[in-house]
Design a protein around this ligand. Structure first.
Ligand code: NIG
Ligand code: FE
Length: 422
């Protein structure tokens, strides 16, 4: 990597005025729109110069035509593959403790359903409540650094291991501190108070009432989250309960996300018909009619291959329905201590590819342009003029190596807003 303009230094996280990345083998979705996956064109051009002004991509031109002069910060990547930065559109990255024992017991045959009764999400809730703000903040920041190192410059982070008004507000404030302090990663906070029913709640109704009367209005008032999510499942919240929560959240103007059809099928389609979801996530047990409604409403389905793999489910059937409907999908890690303890989208690529047979080019689109759409981000996810200069330089020669070479991080360098941050 050559930085051949030493007089005009860049500092971590601060964009230089004018930057050019020379000798790039640009591989990217060609457009920023929510097209059917099969219509998404792939841009694949060698020896390009990516011209960046402020933090925006101005042009992609042959290296031989690159601008030069004192004012340009030049990075010569010498033929390396350059892709748009990845987006992590579904994580539960703020928590304390671990559930390693549960994980190993599952390998020996215990089920996730059964574990929810004695441990599960509520076990992480206890550990999280016991942790100090500083411990939670430093753990979250550590994971954000890991996401960044894997090439993700936008990361959604859900609350959901506090499960009381005070504790959920605390977690969201800590997520927002990380957002304010973090350089390199754009953090998008989601309120997931309805992740499980807390063991110490007087009743389910009581906790739901607290969420809609007290917590949601405060989250809005303090601008602590952009999205509201509910885990709709037999082990968490029913469709009717979710309806009450979404109704309140929608009225307050939150964007909506949902954990749907992860462990069984239910009539959550009614929710999709009623509310404008930005994304619906998991979907292991989704039916064709469910996905038809999602596509009709511009909702992005998010597949979480690592969770399916951890829980012994298969996302192939859902993927085939998506293909049949000529739709699109995003992927994410679902990083959490219970069902997916991996902060690596490359690991998700590998599992989705080897275990479930999803094509690499589609996984690439799913983790860039479509993952950005799952957070309603319209300025990252593709290397096109006008998009933000969030870019990743890979140390593999082509997309073909992703999922094929595995167990190592293929990221050589990460640019955020036109400046190197990793
Ligand atoms: O996405 N589904 C709910 N939430 C997580 C699991 C959280 C946990 O088990 O701690 C998930 O799989
Ligand atoms: Fe999740």
């Amino acid at each position: 990597m050559n930085n051949n303009n030493n007089n005009n230094k860049t500092y971590k996280g601060i964009s230089s005025k004018k930057t050019v990345i020379l000798g790039a083998h640009v591989v990217s979705p060609s457009v920023m729109e929510l097209l059917p996956m099969e219509d998404m064109p792939l841009l694949d051009k060698r020896d390009q110069a990516i011209v960046i002004e402020e933090d925006v991509i101005k042009d992609i031109i042959p290296s031989s035509e690159a601008p030069f002069g004192e004012e340009w910060e030049v990075y010569d990547v010498r033929g390396a593959v350059v892709i748009p930065a990845l987006t992590e559109c579904h994580t539960h990255a703020i928590f304390a403790g671990d559930r390693a024992a549960e994980f190993h017991a599952r390998i020996q045959g215990e089920t996730y359903h059964d574990q929810q009764k004695k441990g599960g999400i509520n076990a992480t809730v206890s550990a999280t409540r016991d942790a100090t703000d500083e411990a939670l903040l430093s753990s979250l920041k550590r994971w954000l650094e890991v996401f960044l190192g894997q090439g993700a410059t936008a990361v959604e982070v859900k609350s959901g291991y506090g499960l009381s008004h005070d504790q959920e507000i605390r977690l969201l404030r800590i997520i927002n501190r990380a957002k304010a302090e973090g350089h390199g990663v754009e953090v998008l906070p989601t309120y997931l108070g309805a992740h499980a029913v807390p063991r110490d709640a007087k009743s389910r109704e009581d906790y739901i009432e607290e969420m809609i009367i007290k917590t949601l209005p405060m989250v809005k008032h303090e601008n602590l989250a952009e999205f509201v999510d509910v885990f709709v499942a037999s082990v968490a919240y029913s469709v009717e309960e979710a309806d009450i929560i979404y109704n309140a959240a929608h009225k307050l103007g939150f964007k909506l996300k949902a954990h749907l059809w992860e462990l069984e099928h239910d009539n959550s389609r009614e929710l999709l018909e009623k509310y404008p979801f930005v994304s619906v996530d998991h979907l292991e047990f989704a039916q064709k009619e469910d996905l038809e409604v999602a596509f009709a409403r511009g909702t992005v389905p998010v597949l979480l291959p690592l969770t399916a793999w951890h829980l012994g489910y298969n996302i192939r059937r859902t993927y085939e329905v998506i293909k049949e409907l000529k739709g699109y999908f995003a992927i994410s890690t679902d990083f959490n201590p219970g069902t997916s303890f991996s902060p690596s989208l490359w690991q998700a690529f590998t599992v989705a590819h080897i275990e479930f047979g999803l094509p690499i080019e589609e996984l690439f689109f799913a983790s860039t342009v479509y993952a950005a759409k799952a957070l309603r981000l319209n300025d990252i996810g593709a290397i096109v003029p006008g998009s933000k200069a969030d870019l990743v330089v890979l140390n593999v020669p082509s997309l073909d190596w992703l999922g094929y070479l595995h167990g190592i991080n293929p990221v050589d360098m990460v640019f955020k807003n036109g400046s190197p941050v990793q």
